[in-house]
Ligand binder design. Structure first.
Ligand SMILES: Nc1ncnc2c1ncn2[C@@H]1O[C@H](COP(=O)(O)OP(=O)(O)O)[C@@H](O)[C@H]1O
Ligand SMILES: [Mg+2]
Length: 385
């Protein structure tokens, strides 16, 4: 546990950056600090690993006032990940990940096995990536290395200061998902800074919303969303959400933005010849079968229909397959794409919360959507520039 007890921080220029901060960061949880630029988030992080000291007040880690602990010993149990992680460019990835264990004088075999374990944990094959250099990795891969490097010496606390802010939205979502998965196994005490409310909601056990050096509200995401303490919190949530809804401001599109709205459907009572005709007319090789309440009951492909074609008594309901995968209208596109990729699906149906069928994401619809977004984007740039 990390405790802030009446902490004030005044920088040399007399500016009071933190004002009587009282905060309890719980063991094994992800606590997310969020607030406008300059509100004191990074200052709070630096206080925890004694890169700076409070002007007054106390910070306790596991009950011990950190001003009485040797800073080197303290930092050994605290991993630190920042936005531009600064991998050492002339060291390969294996050496980069092993930096802290080498400083701690672990033997070579132990370092090598730890490095392999960590790379594998984030889906990077050590035999391939261990020998590469940082410049040969994508931004997302470099940031993964930053995260596992912070984990190398098995610290109990990890400070992450806007670690994913510079990444494109898809990589960012992937790293968030990975962090959640890692945390499930590792149960570290994580302090995570962001200015993105969506990221905070997704990751946080506890959100600490700061403004101008003070804590405005702290609590679980659900409580903050339902019971914002004041207008600042309301506007912070509202404003950030509005920004995120605009497709060109770093938001991820959701299923309903990308789907085809009138895909080829048929009712379960259609005969097989009718089904073939409908496919011909729509130039598709499968139909979704929906009941009278517009609920999905299955799908048929042209092959299933032709396999049974000679049996005139059969309807599409007799030959259809059940729907195994569908997404909701508000499912992020990235999640839908992962689903399609993992199960080799040519398309995935989109349903509303009441299970009513509303559209279909196909590879073609994804491409069209991206083409639209990127042409709008370059259009905007052209106007500005
Ligand atoms: N070393 C410093 N000296 C003087 N002022 C600083 C120093 N570091 C940060 N500040 C100021 O402290 C305030 C909070 O900074 P910071 O903690 O980095 O905010 P955040 O991470 O929330 O954007 C800002 O007004 C910043 O300009
Ligand atoms: Mg900062």
């Amino acid at each position: 546990m990390i405790q802030f007890d009446g902490v004030n921080k005044v920088y040399d220029d007399g500016h009071q950056v933190l004002k009587n901060l009282n905060l309890e960061i719980k063991q094994g949880e992800i606590t997310v600090l969020i607030g406008p630029s300059g509100c004191g988030k990074t200052t709070t992080m630096k206080l925890i690993n004694r890169l700076i000291s409070p002007s007054s007040g106390h910070i306790l880690v596991d009950g011990q006032d950190i001003s009485t602990v040797d800073p080197v010993a303290l930092r050994r149990k605290i991993g630190y990940v920042i936005q531009n992680i600064g991998l050492f460019p002339h060291m390969n990835i294996a050496r980069n990940v092993g930096v802290v264990p080498r400083m701690l004088k672990w033997d070579k075999a132990r370092i090598a096995s730890k490095v392999n374990e960590l790379l594998s944990m984030v889906g990077l094959d050590p035999r391939i990536f261990g020998n590469r250099y940082p410049s040969e990795l994508s931004g997302g891969q470099q940031q993964r290395i930053g995260v596992i490097r912070a984990l190398a010496a098995d610290p109990s606390i990890i400070l992450m200061d806007e670690p994913f802010s510079a990444l494109d939205p898809i990589s960012r979502e992937q790293l968030q998902d990975e962090l959640i998965r890692l945390q499930h196994e590792l149960k570290k005490t994580i302090v995570f800074v962001t200015h993105d409310m969506d990221e905070a909601i997704k990751l946080a056990d506890t959100i600490v919303l700061m403004n101008d050096g003070e804590i405005v509200q702290a609590g679980p995401p659900e409580r903050i969303l339902r019971h914002p303490a004041n207008d600042f919190v309301k506007s912070f949530i509202g404003q950030k959400r509005m920004q995120l809804e605009h497709p060109l401001r770093g938001s991820l599109p959701v299923a309903s933005d990308v789907m085809v709205e009138s895909p080829a459907v048929a009712s379960p009572t259609r005969g097989l010849a009718e089904a073939v005709k409908m496919m011909e007319k729509r130039r598709v090789d499968s139909l979704l079968i929906v009941d009278k309440g517009n609920r999905l009951v299955g799908s048929v492909s042209i092959y299933q229909v032709l396999d049974h074609y000679t049996d005139e008594s059969k309807t599409v309901a007799d030959v259809m397959k059940p729907i195994e995968h569908a997404v909701k209208t508000n499912t992020p596109l990235s999640v839908a794409l992962q689903l399609m990729s993992a199960h080799q699906l040519p398309n995935v149906p989109v349903i509303r919360d009441d299970n009513e069928f509303v559209g279909l994401i196909t590879r073609g619809s994804v491409v069209s959507h991206l083409a639209e977004v990127y042409s709008e984007e370059s259009g905007e740039t052209a106007n500005v520039g």
